[in-house]
Design a binder for this molecule. Structure first.
Ligand code: C5P
Ligand code: C5P
Ligand code: ZN
Length: 478
């Protein structure tokens, strides 16, 4: 555990990096914000674009699945005076500079080695913090936004940074947002924009009838309840929970006593059906409430908000998600909700596919190949969810075909494996580069795109690199 002083020091160091960046922003006329197509990328862009609007600075925005050479050429062709990269860019610093772009990068991915330097690079790895858990892309963007404002004008945007961090699952390892995220949370809380408390972590607390919340729970999967409406209704009735009157009751409609009795019964049932302690721990944790949003809407809860955003950008509707982040509660929110229904269905179908096809174990990794059946933009989410119920002693790799005919790889590990030496960002970038692809990300979650014919070779390389990572650490400990 880091102490508060250490975290505060890192926070100040990152803020110092933002100062010169903010000065650059004031100097330029045409600005382009470039971000990533997921919840963290959208909230990152939403934070920066809002901060720019508040200063009456014009901007344009572009979103990419990954920042490869082609994407960078598009960015260069745009011809902006200054480019702000958010939630991506750290892996491509050299290429960004080679193109002669005037750039600020606010990211949290593991930086690739580079000789060149952009105008400013705001990244937790540069101050000794972990980009997988301590701060997200929207977090570093929030620090930049703070530097752009007079006084505390942008502190309310900390709420969006919390949504981004939750979207990147940064609260999963310890059941609460750790590290630098904690300070951002406090800023948001002082600004009256966000609150937090310990609660049941199941999805849909704001929007679903309680029995549906249980029935739809995939992460964690509740044996005997998930996927079984009748069982969920019977379970609640047995412990005396009224399901509804005029309207179905949602989790937020239950009294403290009722909530406590559901939690107790869930834990008891979980224990009886052999749910692992990891799963039981994941049932309860810190949850984050966006105080300026209406109760009973997706936007009120950081986890539901982030899923709503993922349902837009990952399907090519980043503009819809960005507008929601920037306050549109009419047309864009309606569109996002429609996309959310489809997204949920896609995730359920994806999980079914994995359980039918199965996961193949190798020596140190395991994998499944979804072919064309799961879109490459959500394969990472499906991999992460399937992994919850799979063998957790080796990282999981998932393959999906991209529209361009390449092979997308998503990899997920556990924090225990990371402590044992696993670094998926390193493993994927090395193995992908060896077969002519590109990869990167975080120690616990990373991705790559590789040529389709190189799948077997790539798997062997990954198996070898991960074996080496895990044994290296073992040697050091002996
Ligand atoms: O690109 P980006 O950094 O936004 O994505 C982070 C990814 O890492 C997310 O897809 C998230 O699901 C994954 N992750 C994870 N487990 C963690 C931390 C992050 O699966 N503990
Ligand atoms: O796409 P997926 O969710 O599997 O990505 C996991 C993590 O790896 C994300 O943080 C993503 O930004 C990163 N990634 C990357 N380079 C790639 C693919 C994914 O840095 N080529
Ligand atoms: Zn991110």
């Amino acid at each position: 555990m880091q102490d508060r002083q250490e975290i505060t020091m890192k926070f100040q160091e990152l803020k110092a990096l933002c100062k010169s960046a903010a000065e650059e922003v004031q100097k330029r006329d045409s600005l382009l914000v470039v971000s990533h197509v997921d919840a963290d990328g959208l909230t990152a862009a939403g934070i920066i674009c809002t901060a720019l609007e508040r200063r009456n600075i014009d901007y344009s925005s572009l979103f990419f699945r990954q920042l490869d050479e082609t994407a960078l050429e598009n960015v260069a062709d745009f011809g902006a005076d200054l480019v702000i990269f958010t939630d991506l860019g750290s892996g491509m610093i050299q290429q960004i500079c080679n193109l002669g772009l005037r750039a600020i990068v606010a990211d949290h991915h593991k930086p690739a080695k580079a000789e060149a330097r952009p105008l400013a690079h705001i990244n937790p790895h540069l101050v000794g913090a972990d980009g997988a858990t301590e701060i997200s892309g929207s977090g570093t963007s929030f620090l930049l936004a703070s530097a752009l404002s007079a006084e505390k004008e942008n502190n309310d945007l900390a709420a969006l940074a919390v949504v981004g961090a939750v979207g990147d699952l940064q609260n999963n390892a310890s059941g609460a947002l750790p590290g630098l995220n904690r300070l951002i949370l406090e800023i948001g809380s002082t600004a009256g924009a966000v609150s937090f408390h310990r609660d049941l972590k199941l999805f849909g607390r704001q929007t679903r009838p309680v029995f549906k919340m249980l029935e739809y729970s995939q992460d964690p999967y509740l044996p005997g309840l998930s996927g079984n409406e009748d069982a969920c209704i019977a379970f609640l009735k047995e412990i005396g929970i009224r399901l509804g009157g005029e309207k179905w009751r949602r989790w937020i409609d239950l009294s403290q006593e009722e909530k406590a009795s559901v939690v107790t019964a869930l834990l008891r049932k979980g224990l009886r059906s052999g749910l692992s302690s990891v799963m039981l721990e994941r049932l309860i944790g810190e949850v984050y409430i966006l105080l300026h949003e209406r109760e009973g809407t997706e936007l009120r809860d950081a986890s539901e908000y982030s899923t709503l955003l993922n349902a837009t950008a990952r399907y090519g509707y980043a503009d819809v998600g960005l507008k929601v982040c920037m306050g549109d509660r009419d047309k864009s929110l309606d569109e996002a909700r429609t996309l959310l229904n489809q997204h949920r269905q896609n995730l359920v179908n994806g999980l079914k596919l994995v359980s039918t096809r199965g996961i193949t174990p190798l020596r140190s990794v395991q994998y499944f190949d979804a072919g064309d059946s799961i879109q490459d933009t959500i394969i990472g989410i499906v991999a992460g969810m399937s992994f919850q119920m799979a063998d957790r002693t080796r990282p999981i790799l998932a393959f999906a075909r991209t529209e361009e005919g390449d092979l997308k790889v998503s990899a997920r590990g556990t924090h225990d494996l990371v402590r044992s030496g696993l670094d998926l960002a390193e493993a994927l970038s090395r193995s992908a580069a060896a077969v002519g692809g590109v990869g990167g990300g975080h120690n616990v979650a990373a991705g790559a795109t590789i040529p389709p014919q190189s799948k077997d070779e790539f798997l062997q390389l990954m198996d070898a690199v991960v074996s080496e990572q895990l044994s290296r650490q073992k040697m050091q400990n002996h």
